[in-house]
Write a protein that binds this ligand. Sequence first.
Ligand code: FUB
Ligand code: ZN
Length: 671
Amino acid sequence: MDKKQTNSPVSLKHITIQDPFWSRETELVRTAVLPYQWDALNDRIPGAAKSYCMHNFRAAVRRNEKKRKLGDAFLEPHFTKEGWVFTPEDPQNPDDQFYGFVFQDSDFYKWIEAVAYSLTQHPDPQLQAIADEAIDIVCKAQLENGYLDTLYILSGTDKIFTNLQDHHELYCLGHLIEGAVAYYEATKKTPLLDAACRYADYVSSCFGEEEGKRRGYPGHEIAEMALVRLYQTTGKERYLKLARFFVDERGSRPYYFDKEKNLSSPSDELRYSYYQAHLPVRAQHEAVGHAVRAVYLYSGMAAVAKETNDASLFDACGRLWDNMVGKKLYITGGIGQTHMGEAFSFPYDLPNDTAYAETCASIGLMFFARRMLEIHPDRRYADEMERALYNTVLSGMALDGKSFFYVNPLEVLPEACRLDERKFHVKPVRQKWFGCACCPPNLARLIGSIGSYAYTENETTLFAHLYVGGTVQKQVGGKSFSVCVSSEFPWNGCVRIQFPEDTPEFTLALRIPGWCSTYALAGAGGAKQTLRDGYLYLTKAFRRTDCLTLTLPMEVCIRQCSPLVRENIGKVAVTRGPVVYCLESVDNGEGLWRLSLSPDAAAKVEPICIAGEEFPSIRIPGFRQRVSEDSAELYKPYTIPEKEPVILRFVPYYTWANRGENEMSVWVQSE
Ligand code: FUB
Ligand code: ZN
């Protein structure tokens, strides 16, 4: 790898999104999702699971004020055999306790990050005032030494960094950094960035290879990639050094988590594979353990590899990518096949109805893909980034932005979600909120920053990985110019690119997705053209009058799965462009498993109205196995099943369950 050849996301300040699909999504985040989530973080949504997120920050502020007032008389709350002990003059007040999951702070950090992206596209003084006020609370919750995690600020500072394996202090640091950098970039306001730097400085004074520091690393990764971002923003080497330390130290023996727990005998690899801490990262070949943790780690590895020009680390990323995408990825871009530990299972094990496929995991897959693209623009990464985006990620949110899926199965029978314990994690409709609400604000920040996944750049080249319409500003040789993209992705593969003024010579790298068998480009006369790793590189000083038209045909495609996957044998799935389709019983009647189609039947694309909006649905002639009076009989001698012809109607997977509770299936029997 060559650092000089790498590329970086185009700043969101240099992208204006004007796109029928993505303008709707980002507006939805601005007008519905952000206000809704702010109410959720403040426990103001009737009937929704409580968050306690802002409660905890406010309680931490009160604790700090109390400590300042009482001085030495202040007693840190701590737990003894007799129960909780508080300052005698300050009897236990339920309002001052920590509630919720140990990583509840991170929900605010993700929300503020999403707010920042929204402010970049759409200045909104009212939203900014709410954000500033909230940031003030968060900053006042910080301890004088820079530590900032309300869990231990409220329940015993003596326990700080004593349980890295399970508690999430470094995870919260990571999200704080991501939110703080985004807010600083959007507003140029520094309080949250200062708080993030102070916490990162404190962490770097505690962890590292120097004498007297702990050789620990996060139990839940994300600090690695966040610290790289903090380094890129502040230019302070110590943040990159810490990120690299966390990556390099992970999995070394004796295991830090063993030492932390004072275990008398060493654990085996299995114990820490959940945390991807079973082996040093360069020795890891298989994507294992908790799926979100895994892709966050791999993103951090790729980020460190890029900044430090570390080829062995990049190679490890490549091996893990190939294993994950080649053997453990759902067609919808979901990862994490089992709810046991929200984790990867074994290769080619892809159950549809018990799938976990957490929304956050597919978001993390996008983080990983983007960072791989920054090092090596190869459409293999962009194809999977796009697959995850238009399917599992978007499925995580209802079309009105007010309810969410955490788990994204590929087959649902509502009755099973209630009666079959193996499927209790699967919900047949999106939920208003979750006690563990990692996914909803993660979605908001991902959608808000979509431009930075679509476009990356280096000195000479602008890369278009996803076709998100809008204007991208680019600078080459000190001259700034705009590139205007219009697209109707993901429904139509015709992309137009224009230049409002003549440009200096530069290279435009256009991704030719793996899902199209042909492509056509018009209007690139005079450009030097090269096709490399799925990108079409066009080099030219473009003229005001130039208009490039890239046609990426979006045909209906009937796909099969590897015969190594037990669950999908004899079945097919329907895709069109990057979008995976599914059947719902609201369109096809109950008993979706009795439907079948012939893979060569002619498909028709037809509009359908879902929750008041129009989407392209796909109609394909097929069959339904009849149920007769004797069907209730479990077993009988074989006879050719009776089938009636029907027209199957498929809808985009991510729109499922927007018309109430019903059956859903991505894979269907093939004739
Ligand atoms: O542990 C923090 C987050 O909660 C994880 O990333 C999610 O999988 C959920 O367990
Ligand atoms: Zn999640």
